[in-house]
Design a protein around this ligand. Structure first.
Ligand code: CMC
Length: 430
Protein backbone atom coordinates (compact mmCIF):
# COMPACT_ATOMS: atom_id res chain seq x y z
CA UNK A 1 0.00 0.00 0.00
CA UNK A 2 1.28 3.48 -0.83
CA UNK A 3 2.59 5.39 2.18
CA UNK A 4 0.64 8.43 3.36
CA UNK A 5 3.56 10.73 2.66
CA UNK A 6 4.73 13.12 0.00
CA UNK A 7 8.33 13.01 -1.19
CA UNK A 8 10.05 16.34 -1.74
CA UNK A 9 13.26 16.18 -3.72
CA UNK A 10 15.80 18.92 -4.16
CA UNK A 11 17.04 18.15 -7.66
CA UNK A 12 20.08 20.36 -7.17
CA UNK A 13 21.47 18.19 -4.34
CA UNK A 14 19.52 14.99 -4.94
CA UNK A 15 18.36 15.07 -1.30
CA UNK A 16 14.83 13.75 -0.69
CA UNK A 17 12.62 13.92 2.34
CA UNK A 18 9.27 12.35 3.06
CA UNK A 19 6.70 14.52 4.78
CA UNK A 20 3.48 13.23 6.33
CA UNK A 21 0.09 13.69 4.69
CA UNK A 22 -2.63 14.75 7.14
CA UNK A 23 -6.30 14.08 6.44
CA UNK A 24 -9.21 16.00 7.93
CA UNK A 25 -12.90 15.12 8.14
CA UNK A 26 -13.66 16.77 4.80
CA UNK A 27 -11.65 18.60 2.20
CA UNK A 28 -8.31 18.02 0.50
CA UNK A 29 -5.52 16.51 2.60
CA UNK A 30 -2.47 18.59 3.43
CA UNK A 31 1.18 17.68 3.61
CA UNK A 32 3.06 18.92 6.59
CA UNK A 33 6.04 21.03 5.52
CA UNK A 34 7.16 21.82 9.09
CA UNK A 35 10.45 19.92 8.65
CA UNK A 36 11.34 21.18 5.17
CA UNK A 37 13.63 24.00 6.31
CA UNK A 38 15.43 21.81 8.82
CA UNK A 39 15.92 18.97 6.35
CA UNK A 40 16.40 20.79 3.03
CA UNK A 41 17.40 24.30 4.11
CA UNK A 42 14.57 25.78 2.04
CA UNK A 43 11.32 27.52 2.80
CA UNK A 44 8.04 26.90 1.02
CA UNK A 45 6.75 29.89 -0.94
CA UNK A 46 3.04 30.71 -1.33
CA UNK A 47 2.19 34.44 -1.38
CA UNK A 48 -1.55 34.91 -0.90
CA UNK A 49 -1.72 31.43 0.69
CA UNK A 50 -3.32 29.88 -2.38
CA UNK A 51 -2.13 26.37 -1.44
CA UNK A 52 -1.42 26.73 2.25
CA UNK A 53 -3.43 25.51 5.21
CA UNK A 54 -2.44 27.81 8.06
CA UNK A 55 -3.96 25.85 10.94
CA UNK A 56 -6.05 22.91 12.04
CA UNK A 57 -9.62 23.88 12.90
CA UNK A 58 -12.89 22.22 13.94
CA UNK A 59 -15.14 25.23 13.45
CA UNK A 60 -16.12 25.86 9.83
CA UNK A 61 -15.77 23.88 6.63
CA UNK A 62 -16.12 25.18 3.07
CA UNK A 63 -16.17 23.07 -0.08
CA UNK A 64 -15.62 25.77 -2.67
CA UNK A 65 -16.08 23.45 -5.64
CA UNK A 66 -19.51 22.27 -4.48
CA UNK A 67 -20.63 25.49 -2.78
CA UNK A 68 -20.93 23.91 0.68
CA UNK A 69 -20.57 25.78 3.97
CA UNK A 70 -20.82 24.04 7.36
CA UNK A 71 -20.66 25.60 10.83
CA UNK A 72 -19.55 22.86 13.25
CA UNK A 73 -20.84 20.34 10.69
CA UNK A 74 -24.29 21.91 10.21
CA UNK A 75 -25.14 23.09 6.66
CA UNK A 76 -25.62 26.84 6.42
CA UNK A 77 -28.98 26.33 4.66
CA UNK A 78 -30.39 24.44 7.66
CA UNK A 79 -29.08 27.00 10.13
CA UNK A 80 -30.46 29.89 8.05
CA UNK A 81 -33.85 28.22 7.87
CA UNK A 82 -34.18 26.88 11.39
CA UNK A 83 -31.75 28.62 13.73
CA UNK A 84 -30.98 32.23 14.63
CA UNK A 85 -27.88 34.30 15.24
CA UNK A 86 -27.41 33.87 18.99
CA UNK A 87 -27.92 30.12 18.76
CA UNK A 88 -25.26 30.07 16.03
CA UNK A 89 -22.96 32.10 18.30
CA UNK A 90 -23.39 29.43 20.95
CA UNK A 91 -22.73 26.71 18.40
CA UNK A 92 -19.57 28.34 17.07
CA UNK A 93 -18.10 29.09 20.48
CA UNK A 94 -19.08 25.93 22.40
CA UNK A 95 -19.01 23.51 19.44
CA UNK A 96 -22.51 22.12 19.87
CA UNK A 97 -26.14 23.20 19.75
CA UNK A 98 -27.46 24.37 23.13
CA UNK A 99 -30.37 22.88 25.07
CA UNK A 100 -33.35 25.24 25.55
CA UNK A 101 -32.04 26.16 29.04
CA UNK A 102 -28.48 26.71 27.82
CA UNK A 103 -29.71 28.95 25.02
CA UNK A 104 -31.90 30.97 27.33
CA UNK A 105 -29.00 31.41 29.80
CA UNK A 106 -26.68 32.41 26.96
CA UNK A 107 -29.16 34.97 25.64
CA UNK A 108 -29.49 36.42 29.14
CA UNK A 109 -25.72 36.70 29.48
CA UNK A 110 -25.35 38.43 26.11
CA UNK A 111 -28.26 40.78 26.87
CA UNK A 112 -26.62 41.79 30.15
CA UNK A 113 -23.31 42.62 28.51
CA UNK A 114 -24.68 45.00 25.85
CA UNK A 115 -23.86 48.24 27.72
CA UNK A 116 -20.41 49.69 27.29
CA UNK A 117 -18.33 51.46 29.92
CA UNK A 118 -19.42 55.11 30.09
CA UNK A 119 -15.81 56.19 29.61
CA UNK A 120 -15.90 54.62 26.18
CA UNK A 121 -18.59 57.11 25.10
CA UNK A 122 -16.02 59.88 25.31
CA UNK A 123 -13.95 58.21 22.63
CA UNK A 124 -16.54 59.00 20.01
CA UNK A 125 -16.18 62.75 20.55
CA UNK A 126 -12.58 62.49 19.38
CA UNK A 127 -13.55 61.29 15.91
CA UNK A 128 -14.20 63.56 12.98
CA UNK A 129 -17.96 63.81 12.34
CA UNK A 130 -17.39 62.61 8.80
CA UNK A 131 -15.34 59.58 9.90
CA UNK A 132 -16.24 56.32 8.22
CA UNK A 133 -18.01 54.14 10.82
CA UNK A 134 -15.44 51.39 10.19
CA UNK A 135 -12.70 53.83 11.26
CA UNK A 136 -14.61 54.34 14.50
CA UNK A 137 -15.07 50.57 14.88
CA UNK A 138 -11.33 49.88 14.58
CA UNK A 139 -10.60 52.50 17.26
CA UNK A 140 -13.39 51.79 19.73
CA UNK A 141 -13.12 47.98 19.55
CA UNK A 142 -9.37 48.23 20.22
CA UNK A 143 -10.11 50.61 23.09
CA UNK A 144 -12.20 47.94 24.84
CA UNK A 145 -8.90 46.49 26.08
CA UNK A 146 -8.39 49.68 28.07
CA UNK A 147 -11.70 49.16 29.92
CA UNK A 148 -12.08 45.44 30.57
CA UNK A 149 -8.83 44.52 32.30
CA UNK A 150 -10.54 41.78 34.29
CA UNK A 151 -10.95 39.53 31.24
CA UNK A 152 -7.55 39.93 29.61
CA UNK A 153 -5.89 36.77 30.94
CA UNK A 154 -5.78 34.83 27.70
CA UNK A 155 -4.51 31.68 29.43
CA UNK A 156 -7.65 31.44 31.56
CA UNK A 157 -10.56 29.76 29.78
CA UNK A 158 -13.23 31.62 31.78
CA UNK A 159 -11.55 34.94 31.09
CA UNK A 160 -11.59 34.20 27.34
CA UNK A 161 -15.27 33.26 27.57
CA UNK A 162 -16.14 36.55 29.30
CA UNK A 163 -14.27 38.50 26.62
CA UNK A 164 -16.21 36.62 23.95
CA UNK A 165 -19.53 37.41 25.66
CA UNK A 166 -18.53 41.05 25.91
CA UNK A 167 -17.50 41.29 22.28
CA UNK A 168 -20.65 39.62 20.92
CA UNK A 169 -22.85 41.76 23.16
CA UNK A 170 -21.17 45.14 22.81
CA UNK A 171 -20.48 45.12 19.10
CA UNK A 172 -24.03 46.24 18.11
CA UNK A 173 -23.93 49.06 20.69
CA UNK A 174 -20.53 50.27 19.49
CA UNK A 175 -21.67 50.01 15.86
CA UNK A 176 -24.98 51.83 16.34
CA UNK A 177 -23.22 54.60 18.24
CA UNK A 178 -20.72 55.04 15.40
CA UNK A 179 -23.71 55.77 13.16
CA UNK A 180 -25.44 58.04 15.66
CA UNK A 181 -22.26 60.02 16.17
CA UNK A 182 -21.93 60.68 12.45
CA UNK A 183 -25.52 61.97 12.44
CA UNK A 184 -25.14 64.12 15.54
CA UNK A 185 -28.00 62.15 17.09
CA UNK A 186 -28.29 60.95 20.71
CA UNK A 187 -26.79 57.59 21.60
CA UNK A 188 -29.49 55.07 22.48
CA UNK A 189 -28.73 52.66 25.30
CA UNK A 190 -29.59 49.01 24.73
CA UNK A 191 -32.85 47.62 26.07
CA UNK A 192 -32.89 44.29 27.90
CA UNK A 193 -36.41 43.60 26.66
CA UNK A 194 -35.25 43.22 23.07
CA UNK A 195 -33.55 40.51 21.07
CA UNK A 196 -30.13 40.96 19.48
CA UNK A 197 -31.11 42.33 16.06
CA UNK A 198 -34.10 44.23 17.48
CA UNK A 199 -31.86 45.97 19.97
CA UNK A 200 -29.46 47.01 17.23
CA UNK A 201 -32.30 48.44 15.11
CA UNK A 202 -33.59 50.46 18.05
CA UNK A 203 -30.11 51.80 18.87
CA UNK A 204 -29.65 52.72 15.18
CA UNK A 205 -32.99 54.35 14.51
CA UNK A 206 -34.79 55.04 17.82
CA UNK A 207 -35.00 58.28 19.78
CA UNK A 208 -35.21 58.75 23.55
CA UNK A 209 -38.26 60.93 23.01
CA UNK A 210 -40.54 58.25 21.65
CA UNK A 211 -41.18 54.53 21.53
CA UNK A 212 -39.42 52.78 18.70
CA UNK A 213 -41.57 50.25 16.93
CA UNK A 214 -39.59 47.23 15.79
CA UNK A 215 -40.35 46.01 12.32
CA UNK A 216 -40.24 42.20 12.63
CA UNK A 217 -39.37 41.81 8.93
CA UNK A 218 -36.31 44.05 9.39
CA UNK A 219 -35.26 42.28 12.61
CA UNK A 220 -35.53 38.83 11.00
CA UNK A 221 -33.65 39.92 7.87
CA UNK A 222 -30.86 41.45 9.95
CA UNK A 223 -30.59 38.36 12.15
CA UNK A 224 -30.20 36.27 8.99
CA UNK A 225 -27.45 38.56 7.71
CA UNK A 226 -25.58 38.26 11.03
CA UNK A 227 -25.97 34.47 10.92
CA UNK A 228 -24.70 34.15 7.36
CA UNK A 229 -21.62 36.23 8.14
CA UNK A 230 -20.82 34.52 11.44
CA UNK A 231 -17.77 32.58 10.29
CA UNK A 232 -15.94 31.65 7.12
CA UNK A 233 -12.85 29.69 8.17
CA UNK A 234 -9.41 31.17 7.45
CA UNK A 235 -10.32 34.31 5.44
CA UNK A 236 -8.11 37.42 5.57
CA UNK A 237 -9.62 39.02 8.68
CA UNK A 238 -9.80 35.73 10.61
CA UNK A 239 -6.20 34.96 9.70
CA UNK A 240 -5.31 38.45 10.90
CA UNK A 241 -7.02 37.79 14.23
CA UNK A 242 -5.17 34.48 14.56
CA UNK A 243 -1.82 36.03 13.69
CA UNK A 244 -2.36 38.89 16.14
CA UNK A 245 -3.48 36.37 18.77
CA UNK A 246 -0.42 34.21 18.23
CA UNK A 247 1.66 36.98 19.79
CA UNK A 248 -0.55 36.58 22.89
CA UNK A 249 -2.07 40.03 22.40
CA UNK A 250 -5.37 40.57 24.21
CA UNK A 251 -8.62 39.56 22.46
CA UNK A 252 -9.93 43.10 21.98
CA UNK A 253 -6.71 44.17 20.25
CA UNK A 254 -6.87 41.05 18.04
CA UNK A 255 -10.50 41.61 17.03
CA UNK A 256 -9.75 45.24 16.28
CA UNK A 257 -7.01 44.05 13.89
CA UNK A 258 -9.64 41.83 12.24
CA UNK A 259 -12.03 44.78 11.88
CA UNK A 260 -9.32 46.73 10.06
CA UNK A 261 -8.70 43.86 7.64
CA UNK A 262 -12.39 43.30 6.99
CA UNK A 263 -12.77 46.91 5.89
CA UNK A 264 -10.89 46.42 2.60
CA UNK A 265 -12.95 46.29 -0.61
CA UNK A 266 -11.53 42.87 -1.57
CA UNK A 267 -13.02 41.54 1.69
CA UNK A 268 -15.96 42.86 3.75
CA UNK A 269 -15.83 46.32 2.20
CA UNK A 270 -17.18 44.78 -1.00
CA UNK A 271 -20.81 45.02 0.17
CA UNK A 272 -20.57 48.81 0.23
CA UNK A 273 -18.71 48.80 -3.11
CA UNK A 274 -21.46 46.67 -4.73
CA UNK A 275 -24.15 49.25 -4.05
CA UNK A 276 -21.86 52.04 -5.26
CA UNK A 277 -21.27 50.02 -8.45
CA UNK A 278 -24.99 49.33 -8.98
CA UNK A 279 -25.74 53.03 -8.47
CA UNK A 280 -23.07 53.88 -11.00
CA UNK A 281 -24.52 51.40 -13.50
CA UNK A 282 -27.82 53.22 -12.96
CA UNK A 283 -29.68 51.50 -15.80
CA UNK A 284 -29.68 47.86 -16.96
CA UNK A 285 -28.76 49.14 -20.43
CA UNK A 286 -25.33 50.16 -19.08
CA UNK A 287 -24.48 46.71 -17.71
CA UNK A 288 -22.54 45.52 -20.75
CA UNK A 289 -20.24 48.55 -20.47
CA UNK A 290 -19.38 47.61 -16.89
CA UNK A 291 -18.96 43.93 -17.73
CA UNK A 292 -16.55 44.92 -20.51
CA UNK A 293 -14.58 47.09 -18.05
CA UNK A 294 -14.39 44.17 -15.58
CA UNK A 295 -12.99 41.94 -18.32
CA UNK A 296 -10.42 44.44 -19.55
CA UNK A 297 -7.01 43.35 -18.19
CA UNK A 298 -5.81 46.97 -18.41
CA UNK A 299 -8.66 48.26 -16.26
CA UNK A 300 -8.44 47.69 -12.49
CA UNK A 301 -12.26 47.67 -12.23
CA UNK A 302 -13.79 44.40 -11.02
CA UNK A 303 -17.40 43.39 -10.64
CA UNK A 304 -17.80 43.91 -6.93
CA UNK A 305 -19.54 41.05 -5.13
CA UNK A 306 -18.28 38.62 -7.74
CA UNK A 307 -15.58 35.99 -7.38
CA UNK A 308 -14.11 34.28 -4.36
CA UNK A 309 -10.81 32.71 -3.43
CA UNK A 310 -12.51 29.52 -2.23
CA UNK A 311 -15.88 29.32 -4.00
CA UNK A 312 -15.66 28.22 -7.62
CA UNK A 313 -19.40 27.74 -7.46
CA UNK A 314 -22.34 29.89 -6.34
CA UNK A 315 -21.61 31.08 -2.78
CA UNK A 316 -24.31 29.31 -0.70
CA UNK A 317 -24.74 32.45 1.41
CA UNK A 318 -25.43 34.53 -1.71
CA UNK A 319 -28.12 32.07 -2.73
CA UNK A 320 -29.87 32.44 0.64
CA UNK A 321 -29.53 36.24 0.62
CA UNK A 322 -30.81 36.49 -2.95
CA UNK A 323 -33.97 34.65 -1.97
CA UNK A 324 -34.31 36.75 1.16
CA UNK A 325 -34.15 39.94 -1.00
CA UNK A 326 -37.38 38.86 -2.69
CA UNK A 327 -39.02 38.05 0.67
CA UNK A 328 -37.94 41.29 2.36
CA UNK A 329 -38.82 43.60 -0.55
CA UNK A 330 -42.14 41.84 -0.87
CA UNK A 331 -42.95 42.01 2.86
CA UNK A 332 -41.97 45.68 3.01
CA UNK A 333 -43.79 46.38 -0.29
CA UNK A 334 -40.66 47.92 -1.76
CA UNK A 335 -39.41 47.94 -5.29
CA UNK A 336 -35.66 48.52 -5.48
CA UNK A 337 -34.39 49.31 -8.98
CA UNK A 338 -30.87 48.34 -7.83
CA UNK A 339 -32.11 44.79 -7.15
CA UNK A 340 -33.34 44.57 -10.75
CA UNK A 341 -29.96 45.79 -12.00
CA UNK A 342 -28.17 43.27 -9.75
CA UNK A 343 -30.31 40.38 -11.04
CA UNK A 344 -29.71 41.39 -14.63
CA UNK A 345 -25.98 41.85 -14.00
CA UNK A 346 -25.79 38.37 -12.51
CA UNK A 347 -27.66 36.90 -15.47
CA UNK A 348 -25.35 38.57 -17.99
CA UNK A 349 -22.13 37.76 -16.12
CA UNK A 350 -23.03 34.12 -15.57
CA UNK A 351 -23.48 33.65 -19.33
CA UNK A 352 -20.26 35.46 -20.19
CA UNK A 353 -17.31 33.25 -21.12
CA UNK A 354 -14.88 35.34 -19.03
CA UNK A 355 -16.83 34.72 -15.81
CA UNK A 356 -17.72 31.11 -16.72
CA UNK A 357 -14.09 30.21 -17.45
CA UNK A 358 -12.84 31.74 -14.21
CA UNK A 359 -15.76 30.36 -12.19
CA UNK A 360 -16.75 33.79 -10.92
CA UNK A 361 -20.13 33.76 -9.18
CA UNK A 362 -21.92 36.21 -6.90
CA UNK A 363 -20.49 36.09 -3.37
CA UNK A 364 -22.10 36.96 -0.03
CA UNK A 365 -21.61 40.68 -0.61
CA UNK A 366 -23.47 40.86 -3.91
CA UNK A 367 -27.04 40.91 -2.57
CA UNK A 368 -26.61 41.70 1.14
CA UNK A 369 -26.68 45.46 0.50
CA UNK A 370 -30.09 45.20 -1.15
CA UNK A 371 -31.60 43.81 2.05
CA UNK A 372 -29.77 46.32 4.18
CA UNK A 373 -31.01 49.22 2.03
CA UNK A 374 -34.54 47.87 2.30
CA UNK A 375 -34.41 47.99 6.09
CA UNK A 376 -32.89 51.45 6.12
CA UNK A 377 -29.22 50.68 6.81
CA UNK A 378 -27.06 53.33 5.12
CA UNK A 379 -24.39 52.10 2.70
CA UNK A 380 -21.42 53.09 4.88
CA UNK A 381 -22.76 50.83 7.65
CA UNK A 382 -22.80 47.66 5.53
CA UNK A 383 -19.29 46.54 6.48
CA UNK A 384 -20.10 47.41 10.10
CA UNK A 385 -23.02 44.97 9.93
CA UNK A 386 -20.61 42.35 8.56
CA UNK A 387 -18.32 43.12 11.53
CA UNK A 388 -21.10 42.49 14.05
CA UNK A 389 -21.85 39.10 12.47
CA UNK A 390 -18.22 38.03 12.03
CA UNK A 391 -17.16 38.85 15.62
CA UNK A 392 -18.25 35.42 16.87
CA UNK A 393 -16.23 33.72 14.14
CA UNK A 394 -13.12 35.74 14.93
CA UNK A 395 -13.31 35.17 18.66
CA UNK A 396 -14.11 31.45 18.31
CA UNK A 397 -11.14 30.95 15.97
CA UNK A 398 -8.93 32.95 18.32
CA UNK A 399 -10.11 30.86 21.28
CA UNK A 400 -9.48 27.62 19.40
CA UNK A 401 -5.93 28.71 18.66
CA UNK A 402 -5.15 29.97 22.19
CA UNK A 403 -6.53 26.73 23.65
CA UNK A 404 -4.15 24.59 21.59
CA UNK A 405 -1.14 22.96 23.16
CA UNK A 406 2.18 24.46 22.11
CA UNK A 407 0.85 27.73 20.72
CA UNK A 408 3.53 29.25 18.49
CA UNK A 409 3.83 32.82 17.34
CA UNK A 410 2.89 33.09 13.63
CA UNK A 411 6.02 34.15 11.82
CA UNK A 412 6.19 33.58 8.04
CA UNK A 413 9.50 33.73 6.21
CA UNK A 414 10.28 35.38 2.87
CA UNK A 415 12.18 35.19 -0.38
CA UNK A 416 14.55 38.16 -0.13
CA UNK A 417 15.15 39.81 -3.51
CA UNK A 418 16.65 43.11 -2.35
CA UNK A 419 20.24 44.34 -2.61
CA UNK A 420 23.06 41.95 -1.79
CA UNK A 421 25.27 42.91 1.17
CA UNK A 422 27.05 46.21 0.52
CA UNK A 423 29.10 48.69 2.50
CA UNK A 424 27.70 51.90 3.92
CA UNK A 425 28.86 55.02 2.02
CA UNK A 426 29.46 58.18 4.02
CA UNK A 427 27.11 61.06 3.03
CA UNK A 428 29.96 63.24 1.64
CA UNK A 429 30.97 60.41 -0.73
CA UNK A 430 27.54 59.67 -2.27
N1 CMC B 1 -14.43 40.89 -11.66
C1 CMC B 1 -13.66 40.64 -12.76
N2 CMC B 1 -12.67 39.74 -12.78
C2 CMC B 1 -12.42 39.06 -11.66
C3 CMC B 1 -13.16 39.25 -10.48
C4 CMC B 1 -14.21 40.21 -10.51
N3 CMC B 1 -14.94 40.44 -9.43
N4 CMC B 1 -12.69 38.45 -9.51
C5 CMC B 1 -11.68 37.76 -10.05
N5 CMC B 1 -11.52 38.13 -11.34
C6 CMC B 1 -10.55 37.57 -12.32
C7 CMC B 1 -9.15 38.07 -12.06
O1 CMC B 1 -8.89 39.26 -12.80
C8 CMC B 1 -8.32 36.92 -12.51
O2 CMC B 1 -8.32 36.91 -13.92
P1 CMC B 1 -6.98 36.43 -14.73
O3 CMC B 1 -6.82 34.99 -14.38
O4 CMC B 1 -7.29 36.68 -16.14
O5 CMC B 1 -5.87 37.28 -14.20
C9 CMC B 1 -9.13 35.69 -12.08
O6 CMC B 1 -10.50 36.16 -12.06
C10 CMC B 1 -8.76 35.16 -10.70
O7 CMC B 1 -8.83 36.24 -9.78
P2 CMC B 1 -7.86 36.44 -8.56
O8 CMC B 1 -7.76 37.88 -8.21
O9 CMC B 1 -6.57 35.71 -8.80
O10 CMC B 1 -8.66 35.65 -7.44
P3 CMC B 1 -8.46 35.77 -5.89
O11 CMC B 1 -8.87 34.49 -5.33
O12 CMC B 1 -7.09 36.25 -5.56
O13 CMC B 1 -9.46 36.95 -5.47
C11 CMC B 1 -11.39 38.10 -4.77
C12 CMC B 1 -10.69 36.75 -4.89
C13 CMC B 1 -12.65 37.94 -3.94
C14 CMC B 1 -10.48 39.09 -4.03
C15 CMC B 1 -11.73 38.61 -6.19
O14 CMC B 1 -12.60 37.72 -6.83
C16 CMC B 1 -12.32 40.02 -6.17
O15 CMC B 1 -11.57 41.00 -6.15
N6 CMC B 1 -13.69 40.15 -6.18
C17 CMC B 1 -14.32 41.43 -6.07
C18 CMC B 1 -14.34 41.89 -4.63
C19 CMC B 1 -15.33 41.10 -3.78
O16 CMC B 1 -16.46 40.88 -4.16
N7 CMC B 1 -14.89 40.71 -2.58
C20 CMC B 1 -15.70 39.97 -1.62
C21 CMC B 1 -15.21 38.57 -1.42
S1 CMC B 1 -16.38 37.51 -0.56
C22 CMC B 1 -16.66 38.15 0.98
C23 CMC B 1 -15.48 38.51 1.78
O17 CMC B 1 -14.42 37.88 1.72
O18 CMC B 1 -15.58 39.45 2.52
Amino acid sequence: MAKDTVTITDNATGKSIEVPVLRGTHGPPVFDVGTVYKELGMFTFDPGFTSTGSCESTITFIDGEEGILLYRGYPIEQLAEQSHFLEVCYLLWYGRLPSAQELSDFETIITHHTMVHEGLRDFYAGFHRGAHPMAIMVGVVGALSAFYHDSLDIHDHRSREISAHRLIAKMPTIAAWAYRYSRGEPFMYPSNKLGYAENFLRMMFGFPTEEYEINPVAAKALDLIFLLHADHEQNASTSTVRLAGSSQANPFACISAGVGTLWGPAHGGANEAVIEMLEEIEDARNISKFVAKAKDPNDPFRLMGFGHRVYKHYDPRAKIIRKSCYDVLDALKLDDPLFDIALKLEEIALKDEYFVERKLYPNVDFYSGIIQRAIGIPTNMFTVIFTIGRTIGWISQWNEMIGEKGLKIGRPRQLYTGEATRDYVRIDRR
